[in-house]
Every structure is written in structure tokens, then in C-alpha cells.
Write a protein that binds this ligand. Structure first.
Ligand SMILES: Cc1ncc(COP(=O)(O)O)c(C=O)c1O
Length: 393
């Protein structure tokens, strides 16, 4: 089989970023990268804030946030009245969990593809309330239909108070059939939280079409927003119950303002987030999505080849615009979280390449991303050098 052709580069796109050119940044998925124009826009807002903090915070900031929220919600295809800006996906998930008034006898169901920190949040909420959590194992190679059936079989109507599924999974870079899963849960009256941390900017799917009770997504990954910009979208019947983690002066304002306003924070990242969308639109949203997914697929194949992984053994993401791909590491490599972290640091230090590594169900994986600032030769070099680094132990 031949390696898929890398996509045509998007001219000038790399120059939009201030990334260190001596490093290959192949892990956009973890913390994103903020285009220079967005950084500047945020700095202008900070200048305004520092010129007169009293005026900035007390004259119109709540309205500016509301205006920004509506703009971002429209991009996401979400109901603006159901959307609240929050700092990150982890916060959004915690807000939902602690708003549900869980108690003894209740359970929260997750999958083994879920994000670690969200899992810890579930654990803490269960410990606090007497609820329990149950994790459904989903094989890496499960088809969409199999995933839906696993979830269907794993729900316990009357006991399951929340199902959490990821739209694109972090350790396994897999697109889950979230709207079908939501449909199954709805048949049993079980609410669903979709952790869509990677979806904004990467997937064309609208939030409305997912249809979840709760949806949380980061704009600071694939939508080029400043860090600390995420959206929590809540279906109408739940909005009254949603409480912020921290009570502020806006507590009486109702959802979403009481969730958004978290006292004296730096809100300039949210206000600058539309400039990230402008950057994405200027490059062409569809073009960026196709480019990134194709480049990640190329990277997966060349690095997989370098490690001797047969193309048939390379996990497929399950969607045409998923810009993250997984490569199984040789047996025995990075099989624990600590070992995976150590390997990631070693690849960064010795090869000047930033990647993500994960230990998942006893196997180590490398996760590569494609982004407009990446070029095929970055993956080619990794493919040549990684086997030697792994052989050195
Ligand atoms: C699926 C998923 N959920 C949640 C998060 C957490 O995002 P944040 O650190 O912005 O809260 C991530 C981060 O990569 C993720 O991949």
C-alpha cells in the first residue's frame, strides 16, 4: 500500500503563529496554539483593561461577554441562550456534575476512552455525594454500531443519572457517534454530557445536531481562541439547575451569566476569541479541516511505517476531518502513564518534536496532530528518528 499523499500546504499559514521554528509542534490537540493576530487582539484588550480597570470591569463587560458568547455560539451551531462561556472543558464538566444533585443509588456512566481529569471529577463528585461511577470498556476497533450497542447495554435506567461520552476521544483520537448515543440514552430518559473538547473548529458537526443535554467544547484548541475559552451548552430543561462552581455578584442573573461571571478574572481571552474564528474563516474553515486531517493521516502512515506498524493496524479515527491520529508503540513501550509521560518528554528533549503519548489499556500510543503550521517533512523526520530513540530505551 502506498502512503497517502500529504495535502497542499496553505500558503503563509505558518507565519500566522509565533511557534518556535526549531521545534516540530505535532501536538496541537493538547494546548492549541494561538495565532499572532489573536494574541495581539487580546493584548489590545488587556491594554484597555489596564488603562482603566474600573471602567473596563464595571461599564459594559457583562454585555460584551454576552455579545461574544452569541457570536461563538452561532459558530458552534448552538443555541445562544443555552451557551455559557467557561474557562475550559474540565470546568464545564465539573459544573454539570455538581449541578445534578447526585446521591446514593445514582451512577455516572463513562467509557474507557474518556479524558482523565474529567474522570477524576466524576470520582470526586461521586465520593462527595455517595453516587458511584461505572466505566464501559469500548474496544479501540469497535464500529460505530458496536459503540452504540455497548452504551445501550451499559445503561441502567432508573440508576444511571448521567452518561458522559467524548465526541473526539483524547487518548485514542476516535470520533464517537455522539448523536446516535444521545438517541439511545434519550430512549431511557438518561441525560448525556458530551465532552467535545476537540470539536470546535475541527468538526463541521453542529452542537444542535448532537442533541445532548450538556455539551462542552474548547475553542482554545482547534478554533484558535486564546487559552481559557470554552463553551458549555445546556438544553433548555436543565438551565435552571445549572450552578456555577463559584458564586459571584451575578448569581441572581440566571443562566448563563451566573456561570460566566466568576468575579475578577481576565476575560480578555473570551473577548478576543472571535478573532480566532476570523483567522480560521480567512484561511477557509473547510480547507483547514481537510488539510489538517490529511496531514495527520499522512503523519500516521509514515511514522507507523517507521515503527513497522502494518497499515491495517493503524487505528482509524472514524471521521473525515479528525486531525489527530494514533500510532501503536512497540509492545512494552509507554505502557503506564508515567512511562508515557517520560517518553513524551524524551521525544521533546532529544528530537525537538512535541507529540502526545498515552498508555491506554496496557498499550502505549503516540498521538500526532495535523495543523496548518505543520509540514510533511516534520513527520518524515520523526519517522526516521523515533525508532532509534525507542531502541535506545
Ligand atoms: C476529551 C477531552 N476532554 C477534556 C479535555 C480538557 O481540556 P481543558 O484542559 O481545556 O479543560 C481535553 C484536553 O485535551 C480532552 O481531550
Amino acid at each position: 500500500m502506498t502512503v497517502p499523499q500529504p495535502p497542499e500546504p496553505i500558503p503563509g499559514a505558518r507565519l500566522l503563529f509565533s511557534l518556535d521554528p526549531s521545534v516540530s509542534h505535532l501536538n496541537h490537540g493538547s494546548f492549541g496554539a494561538v495565532p499572532i493576530g489573536v494574541q495581539r487582539a487580546q493584548q489590545r484588550l488587556r491594554d484597555e483593561m489596564e488603562a482603566n480597570p474600573l471602567r473596563f470591569f464595571t461599564q459594559g463587560l457583562v454585555d460584551r461577554i454576552a455579545h461574544t458568547r452569541r457570536h461563538l455560539a452561532t459558530f458552534l451551531g448552538a443555541d445562544p441562550d443555552g451557551t455559557a462561556l467557561v474557562g475550559n472543558a474540565t470546568t464545564g464538566a465539573a459544573i454539570v456534575l455538581q449541578s445534578l444533585a447526585l446521591g446514593p443509588g445514582d451512577e455516572v456512566v463513562t467509557t474507557d476512552h474518556g479524558y482523565g481529569a474529567v474522570g477524576l471529577s466524576v470520582d470526586r463528585e461521586c465520593a462527595r455525594t455517595g453516587a458511584v461511577s461505572r466505566m464501559l470498556p469500548v474496544p479501540l476497533t469497535a464500529t460505530d454500531e458496536e459503540v452504540v450497542e455497548i452504551v445501550r447495554a451499559g445503561l441502567r435506567p432508573g440508576r444511571t443519572r448521567l452518561l458522559i461520552v467524548d465526541q473526539i476521544t483524547s487518548p485514542t483520537a476516535r470520533l464517537f457517534p455522539t448523536s446516535a448515543i444521545v438517541g439511545v440514552a434519550r430512549e431511557h430518559g438518561i441525560p448525556v454530557l458530551v465532552d467535545a473538547a476537540h470539536a470546535p473548529g475541527m468538526l463541521p458537526t453542529t452542537v444542535a445536531s448532537v442533541g445532548a443535554d450538556f455539551w462542552v467544547g474548547n475553542l482554545h484548541k482547534w478554533a484558535y481562541a486564546p487559552r481559557g475559552t470554552a463553551a458549555l451548552v445546556v438544553a433548555e430543561q436543565w438551565r435552571e439547575r445549572i450552578q456555577p462552581l463559584v458564586v459571584s455578584w451575578e448569581q441572581g442573573s440566571g443562566y448563563p451569566t451566573r456561570v460566566e461571571w466568576q468575579a475578577t478574572l481576565d476575560y480578555t481571552g473570551w473577548l478576543a476569541a472571535p478573532v480566532g474564528l476570523f483567522t480560521l474563516r480567512s484561511l477557509g474553515v473547510d480547507r483547514v479541516r481537510a488539510h489538517n486531517a490529511a496531514l495527520a493521516a499522512y503523519g500516521q502512515r509514515v511514522v507507523g511505517d517507521g515503527l513497522g506498524v502494518a497499515p491495517a493496524d493503524l487505528p482509524q479515527p472514524g471521521g473525515p476531518t479528525v486531525a489527530m491520529r494514533l500510532i501503536p508503540l512497540p509492545p512494552g513501550v509507554a505502557t503506564t502513564m508515567d512511562a508515557a509521560r517520560e517518553l513524551r518528554a524524551r521525544i521533546a528533549d532529544r528530537l525537538s518534536v512535541e507529540v502526545s503519548t498515552a498508555a491506554w489499556n496496557g498499550r502505549g500510543y503516540l498521538r500526532l496532530c495535523g495543523q496548518v503550521y505543520n509540514t510533511p517533512d516534520e513527520y518524515d523526520r520523526l519517522a526516521v528518528r523515533l525508532p532509534t530513540l525507542l531502541a535506545q530505551g
